[in-house]
Structures are given as C-alpha cells and as structure tokens.
Design a protein around this ligand. Structure first.
Ligand SMILES: [Zn+2]
Ligand SMILES: [Zn+2]
Length: 262
C-alpha cells in the first residue's frame, strides 16, 4: 500500500521521467484512498476515492448569502465578525469530519499536490454572488511564517491558490502578503485570543512593481485551507484593505463549526 511518492511537492513541474515513473507505479503499486485506505479503482484519480468524496460533509442549507454560514434567516452572527470590506466567504465542507479532515491533513502535512488540485476544483465550483464573479481580480494565499514555510517546504494555501487559479483563469499574487511575525498555534485559543494573536501579523510589502502597486481599488480573494473563527483571514483582509484594496472575499476548503451553529 504505497501512495505514489512523486505526487508530493518537489520541484513544481514534473518531468517526463517522473511521469513515466508515476505511470509505472500506478500499474504495479495499488494506490489507496487517504481517507478510507481502500484500494482505488483504475478509473479513480487523485488521492481520495469517489465514495469518500460523496461523503464529504457539505455545509447545511440555507446559508447566509454573504458569509456562506448555515443561516436561520434572521441576522447572521458570523457576518458580525467580518470587517465591513469583506464581501463574501465560501467553503466546500464542514470540519472536522472524517473525509474533509483527511484531505486537509494530506495537503498540509504531506504536501500532496493531487490533494490541492482536487480541493481547488471543489472550491472553484462553489456558488458566488454575481458581483464577486464579475469583480474578483486576483487570488492571494494566506501566508505562513517564513520559518514555518521553510520547515514544511511549501505553503498549503499557495498550492490551493494555484489550483483554483487554473479553474478561474486568474492571477495568483504570491508576493502580496507577508507574515511579519510567527504567531502561536491557534488551536487552543478562544475567538478573542485568536484575534489578538494575529492582529498586525500581516503586511503588504512595499516593493517597486509589487502587488501593493496593483491592488488599489480591486476586489481580491483570499485563499486558505480552513476557516475557523476567521481571525487570520480578517487580519489578512485588513492588511490588504489598508494597502488600498477595496473589497476582499474568502475562499476556503473547510469551515469549522461556530458556536450556535446547527
Ligand atoms: Zn475513500
Ligand atoms: Zn453571514
């Protein structure tokens, strides 16, 4: 039971030799689904079997038109936590969940580019308000601290951006945001502590011809693997807005349950 090693992030583009090795491995070593460990059928591509994809926990309907959160129809508590310049947020599935969490884990801790491709394809198919579709100008990944990215070898949000960009046919601005300081892991923090932890942790670098010069007045889409309280995305959006962007929307693969959610 071997997952083909060369679908991991390495040099970026795969060479003809790598593709030949992959084809040979697919032939001799059965691939297994990262979620259920079942052997994949010959017709299945990617890292997750079709049965698992069908079991992904989509967010319950009806959902808020702005933030995409499951909504009761009168006011939206999640929207109240978003800065006014955030137009819309959309996510593919509820987390934690057996399938969704396995996919995020495969991307984040193993750098499976095939996971990023499948996740990006599902983000691309989400339904967005017409004005977001008309206005969105570029995708921006939520950055990792430099030390974390060096350790991991990649930024999972950047991999998702590259996949999403291929479906939406729009640029990714990898240089638009920098994490100026490493932040504590957010896992055990309350929503208030999360906001304080990431406040002023991001900046739009000033460099000639850089993203800052291009973003004035634009509607930008921030991309991350998971939206939890929104603290990190809100801090990134604030940095972009302060640098001249007019509107920001959020696209993530997973969305954590917020307090009071169904
Ligand atoms: Zn499976
Ligand atoms: Zn809302």
């Amino acid at each position: 039971m071997v997952r083909s090693e060369e679908s991991r992030v390495s040099e970026g583009t795969s060479t003809r030799a790598e593709r030949a090795v992959r084809a040979a491995l697919d032939l001799f070593l059965p691939r297994v689904c990262v979620s259920c460990d079942r052997h994949m059928d010959a017709g299945e591509s990617g890292l997750v079997c079709s049965l698992c994809w069908s079991r992904l926990a989509v967010l319950p309907s009806p959902r808020c038109e702005r933030c995409g959160h499951p909504s009761e129809g009168r006011g939206c508590r999640f929207c109240e936590t978003l800065p006014p310049f955030v137009r819309a947020a959309r996510s593919v599935c509820r987390l934690p969940h057996e399938v969704g969490s396995a996919v995020v884990h495969a991307l984040k801790y193993h750098g499976w580019t095939a996971a990023a491709r499948d996740m990006g394809a599902r983000i691309a198919r989400l339904s967005w308000p017409a004005d977001v579709i008309a206005e969105r100008a570029a995708l921006i990944p939520v950055p990792l601290a430099r030390s974390r990215e060096r350790e991991r070898g990649f930024n999972q949000a950047a991999l998702l951006c590259d996949s999403l960009a291929s479906f939406w046919n729009m640029p990714v601005w990898h240089d638009a945001l920098l994490r100026t300081r490493a932040t504590r892991t957010q896992t055990r923090l309350t929503p208030g502590e999360r906001s304080a932890n990431v406040r002023d942790a991001f900046e739009v670098p000033v460099n000639q011809g850089g993203a800052r010069d291009r973003m004035r007045g634009l509607h930008l889409v921030l991309v991350d693997d998971v939206l939890t309280t929104g603290a990190t995305l809100n801090a990134c959006a604030t940095a972009l807005f302060n640098a001249g962007a007019r509107t920001i929307s959020y696209a993530t693969f997973g969305r954590a349950r917020a307090s009071g959610d169904r």
